[in-house]
Design a protein around this ligand. Structure first.
Ligand code: ADE
Length: 245
């Protein structure tokens, strides 16, 4: 009897390509960072794509106004809803991907963490709205954004730095962006929200000047276990010293 081999379905090996769309009035901030970070490498490897959209290009007046005085009075200016709406509408009409999220950066938002970074890394497109000035017209949060995100309980001048932080945290979780061993380490320990254990490299003993002594370690030593070659003990030590969030 001749056994027929069933032809295996060819699996698509197409690498995932994540698109980041950034809406900002400070495009220069991103250009610099994109050219000297893991984001640069990820772009070169075509694992991510980034597109910066200058919000001022979506205004109608000659002064390219993106902000206005708040209704009800008060200090400062508020970013207008219409240019943001127009920009998102443009993105939707052109290249919105099915697995897409629109994120508005604000200190009032949900606190960003590693778990959210993992969820975002499964997306095909992230659209970042970087607020500035004293705030953004609330209708953006209510009707345009899918999620409001904060990177911590402090107030920055705008959403540009938060956008870069989120982008880097997400990009490094995309297969191929960081080295294989580092990526595997992340995968294995993903469920536990593992963060990192302390790392050491040569020399095993370092002799600092006296003014650097704190309590009394005149010699800064690497923990003995790490030099022992006993992999089981090293694993246990690392597990014990891992920071879990
Ligand atoms: N904009 C200003 N401060 C912020 C913060 N902490 N997180 C996100 N966006 C912000």
């Amino acid at each position: 009897m001749v056994l027929k081999t069933i032809p295996q379905k060819k699996r698509s090996r197409k690498k995932k390509n994540m698109k980041f769309d950034i809406i900002t009035i400070f495009p220069e901030i991103f250009e610099f960072y994109f050219n000297c970070s893991i984001l640069k490498k990820a772009k070169e490897k075509k694992l991510i794509r980034t597109k910066i959209h200058n919000l001022r290009d979506f205004t109608d007046d000659s002064r390219k106004t993106v902000d206005d005085k708040p209704f009800g009075g008060g200090r400062g200016m508020v970013m207008k809803v219409d240019p943001i709406y127009k920009c998102v509408q443009f993105l939707k009409s052109k290249f919105i991907k099915p697995k897409s999220k629109i994120i508005l950066f604000t200190p009032r938002g949900k606190k960003f963490n590693q778990k959210i970074a993992y969820q975002f890394s499964k997306m095909e497109q992230l659209i970042f709205i970087c607020g500035r000035y004293e705030g953004v017209d609330e209708r953006v949060a209510k009707h345009i954004a899918d999620i409001e995100l904060s990177i911590g309980d402090y107030v920055l001048m705008g959403g540009e730095l938060p956008a870069l932080i989120v982008m880097e945290a997400v990009a490094r979780l995309i297969p191929g962006v960081i080295g294989k061993s580092e990526f595997l380490k992340q995968r294995i320990t993903k469920e536990k929200n593992f963060i990192e254990y302390p790392q050491y490299t040569r020399p095993p003993k370092f002799y600092p000047e006296e003014k650097f002594w704190r309590v009394n370690p005149k010699i800064w030593k690497v923990p003995k276990i790490l030099l022992s070659g006993d992999h089981k003990k090293i694993e246990a030590w690392r597990e014990k010293h891992s920071k879990i969030i």
